[in-house]
Structures are given as structure tokens and as C-alpha cells.
Design a protein around this ligand. Sequence first.
Ligand SMILES: [Zn+2]
Ligand SMILES: [Zn+2]
Length: 195
Amino acid sequence: MITHEDWEATVKFHGHICPGIVVGHRACWYARQLLNLSSPSLAPEYVVVAENDLCGVDAVQVNTGCTVGNDGLIIDLQGKQAFSFIHKKTGKGVRIVLEAPLWDSNHPIELHHKVKLGTASPEEAQEFFRLRNQRGEELLKLTDEELFKVEEIDRKIPGKPRLHPVFRCSRCDEQVMQPWAKEQDGEILCPRCGR
Ligand SMILES: [Zn+2]
Ligand SMILES: [Zn+2]
């Protein structure tokens, strides 16, 4: 069950209330309920696949303990508000997809572009922050069934080694892992020097 403290912790970590953080937070707790998971960290047994790298992945990291750093969170960019929670050994789990509209118009998105590009007036920036917060609060009030559709999935995620032998770059002397090191005219170059 979602508690007030969990929600507070998510908002504190993320820094603001917005549609994305609500979706991520609610998806985590819906998944916990559907899969009957009660331990604070799902990381030892579960992997989460997020189909976007937006606000909601912060909620995943806070509420499941599956993080980018511990390899419990895989970002698979599909442009979707969808999160899969998959048991590492069995491959069984659920994919939770946002059904309710993330935004109720494109207006806040246009404002967001201006904010990011630095062309928004102070009033436009304020308006964006207000609409972002407002839409987040609206989504928060919906039931799980109104927010999401759920798919049962059976998808084994193959392990992917992330540590590799380390070389020193011939030019800058910085350490670089093998997949990023490039041999060029008898030198080993890091991506920055080998450009
Ligand atoms: Zn956000
Ligand atoms: Zn270098």
C-alpha cells in the first residue's frame, strides 16, 4: 500500500510534482500489489525496464531499490510511459502502461520546450510549473485501473557484463574500458582523444 511517506520521499528525491513522477510512483506500487511484493528493495530479485528516461525513473529508483547503478533498472527508450517489473530468474512479471493521457493538451509541452531552450518569459515558465504540478495532482487522484493497463509478461532479461578490462589512453593517460578504447596507429585512444 502506498503511504504518504513513500510519496513524500519520491517528491523529495525528484524535486517537484509532475505527471511523470506520479506515473512512475504509482506504477511501482501497483506492480508491488499485483506481484504481491512486500520487501523494501526488489533489486535482488527483480529488474525494472523503463521505456523512457524521464521523471518516472526517479520514482522507480526510490520505490523499488532497482537503480541504474546496481543494474536493476534498464532504460529501453520507446517513448512510452511503460514500466515492466520482471523476476530475474523466471522472467515472469508485469508490464504497466499508462492509459490515462499524460497531459491534457500540448500547451504545457510547448511551454516546456521554451523553458528548456531558455526562450520562455518568466510568466511562461511559471505557467509551465503550475500546469505540470496541476496535471500531476490530477493523475494522482485516479485509481490504478483508470491510470494503467496491465500486461502479464514472460521475458527473460539476459545478463549483460558491464565491467571490462581497463587501459590507459596513450595521449591523456586517463583510464578507459576496453569497449570504448580504440587502437589507432599503434596507440590506444579514449573516445575523447580518438575523435
Ligand atoms: Zn518531473
Ligand atoms: Zn585520452
